[in-house]
Design a protein around this ligand. Sequence first.
Ligand SMILES: [Zn+2]
Length: 95
Amino acid sequence: MSREIYTCPYCGQELKPWATPEMACWSTRVQYVCFNDNCPYFLKGWDWMRSQFQVNASYRHRFDPVTGETGPLPVWSKDAMKNGIIENQENQCEN
Ligand SMILES: [Zn+2]
């Protein structure tokens, strides 16, 4: 099965298909997220969140291919949300 390739407008890296853990099945709604730890959008987010909200958090670039919308995916650490990355769609459905 081929899938669409989307790239991050901030760093140019390929976005990874991502689903929240309880929805980690390919047939459910999948979004695309930039998980590049050196992405300028992600790196800038730390300073912005700290200055605006006094919290130690950031966000990653997120793209929804169904609606075409983009927006921030809030994360509290470098590894947050990474367990939702769908690397192999064959193994994601448990039923
Ligand atoms: Zn990026």
